[in-house]
Design a protein around this ligand. Structure first.
Ligand SMILES: NC(=O)c1ccc[n+]([C@@H]2O[C@H](COP(=O)([O-])OP(=O)(O)OC[C@H]3O[C@@H](n4cnc5c(N)ncnc54)[C@H](O)[C@@H]3O)[C@@H](O)[C@H]2O)c1
Length: 430
């Protein structure tokens, strides 16, 4: 049963963030007078939570950060719990596919800048339930654009992916931002389709959009359905690594702290109407990744045979791009640099997962299978309710603590029926 979380784990899980390191990027720019209130969609997910933490801390006194998230199965409030006491941080529980949620957030917080990360992101799942990907990634982006068109903003940063370009041959050149979009899987197709809406709204309605296409990002806080945290958790449990195909597929990996810097750079120096690739110089095959991870966990990894002792080959994706390759020189011209070598980022990431991976999201066992299944809405709701009830929100006395509330909504009523206290209820917008 996906997302069923034993109560003991949840109890520990409720305050696990307290002793975790505070993780953010390292850049800081001159605060801009036209940026005041930034809505970051998907803020309780992986990359956006890095950006939320980075911008909240780095621009305290200048920018208010509103993390907007529906708390899907891969999200956790633990990712931003260290910000709960910050006066410039607010969590807004809302769904980008719901016009009323988005409009309410834009108006209530007088939003002038949107950074749009929220999405269904797991390629493996997109082969099974691609409609959810269209609904969130395409329709959700369309709803957001429609609301932004009505409300008016100074900047709309749309987070896309290098996967929109499709596969790049092994001897192919790195792709610039004007390359054709040729997605090959439903996730990538939904991200490419979303971009079409962004561009159309920029042209037709002057939505001040910037598009960002990044290659793979890794680091702490990434839900363990993606390869690095998933393989780390499997090795921690002394289980086999399930490798898609022959292991020769490569991906370029960028550490999340460097990604946070890239988004900070684009927020402050990016030009409206432009597209920016975010590229890493570290291209790693899946086999090499297995070998490096084995080394981090102290297993012998000198020979192929030693590595293969820990690997089971599983059926490949229906189509699996052999590699992606973007040219990120345009962003570098704005001053951004990749600072963290892959091995260094991998080491800190693995350390973090060893300490927090088993409890940060509750029970992750169902995520560690070769092709994970997505939890039903009911299971996600249950896990979410339990997390809200056990989240730092519930343990704080102050009612003005950065969590929006809408009383009387169905989820608030349900929480009340389940016996949750007002101190918890007052803290969430459902
Ligand atoms: N992870 C990568 O390597 C990578 C690389 C390039 C681009 N991207 C893009 O970056 C963005 C963030 O990716 P991630 O890996 O951090 O994702 P993630 O899966 O960790 O987080 C996605 C977040 O979106 C939220 N969300 C989903 N549906 C929502 C909805 N309807 N309303 C509100 N919130 C919703 C989820 O609750 C979650 O917090 C995505 O747009 C993704 O396409 C990711």
């Amino acid at each position: 049963m996906p997302c069923s979380i034993p109560s003991k784990t949840l109890k520990d899980h409720a305050s696990i963030w307290e002793d975790a390191p505070f993780l953010k990027g390292s850049t800081r720019f001159e605060p801009q007078p036209d940026i005041n209130n930034i809505m970051i969609t998907g803020g309780a997910g992986f990359i956006a939570s890095w950006v939320v933490r980075h911008l909240t801390k780095t621009y305290h006194g200048h920018y208010n950060i509103i993390s907007f998230d529906k708390l899907d199965y891969c999200a956790t409030l633990n990712n931003t719990a260290q910000l709960d006491k910050e006066s410039n941080f607010t969590f807004y529980k809302g769904d980008i596919t719901k016009h009323e949620d988005v409009m309410d957030c834009l108006r209530k917080h007088d939003i002038d800048t949107v950074m749009h990360f929220a999405a269904q992101t797991h390629v493996d799942l997109s082969f099974g339930n691609s409609n959810d990907f269209t609904s969130t990634n395409v329709v959700g982006t369309h709803v957001l654009l429609e609301c932004v068109k009505l409300h008016g903003v100074e900047k709309f940063i749309h987070v896309s992916t290098d996967e929109v370009y499709g596969e790049v041959k092994d001897d192919g050149k790195d792709l610039l931002e004007d390359a054709l979009l040729l997605p090959t899987n439903p996730y990538a197709a939904s991200k490419a389709a979303a971009e079409m809406y962004v561009e159309a709204y920029r042209k037709s309605f002057q939505v001040p959009a910037i598009v960002v296409r990044s290659n793979n990002i890794f680091g702490e806080n990434q839900f363990p359905e993606k390869v690095i945290p998933k393989f780390s958790m499997l090795l921690q449990r002394n289980e086999q690594l399930s490798l898609h195909g022959d292991g020769t597929h490569t991906r370029r990996y960028l550490y999340a702290g460097d990604a946070a810097d890239a988004f900070d750079t684009i927020l402050h120096k990016g030009q409206v109407g432009h597209i920016y690739n975010v590229g890493s110089s570290d291209e790693i095959s899946n086999f090499t990744l297995c070998s490096m991870l084995l080394g981090e966990f102290g297993f012998s990894n000198e020979t192929k045979e030693e590595v293969y002792q820990h690997v089971v080959h599983c059926e490949d994706r229906p189509f699996n791009d052999h590699r992606y390759a973007v040219d990120g020189s345009k962003l570098k011209k704005l001053g951004w640099q990749q600072k963290t070598p892959f091995r260094e980022g991998l080491r800190t990431t693995v350390d973090w997962y060893r300490k927090y991976g088993e409890t940060w999201w509750g029970d992750i066992s169902d995520r560690l299978t070769p092709f994970p299944t997505i939890p039903s809405d009911e299971q996600t709701d249950q896990a979410r309710d339990t997390e809200l009830a056990n989240s730092p929100v519930g343990s704080k006395k102050n009612d003005k603590r950065g969590y929006d509330e809408v009383d009387g909504s169905p989820d608030v009523k349900r929480l009340k029926e389940n016996g949750h206290t007002d101190s918890v209820l007052g803290a969430v917008k459902v």
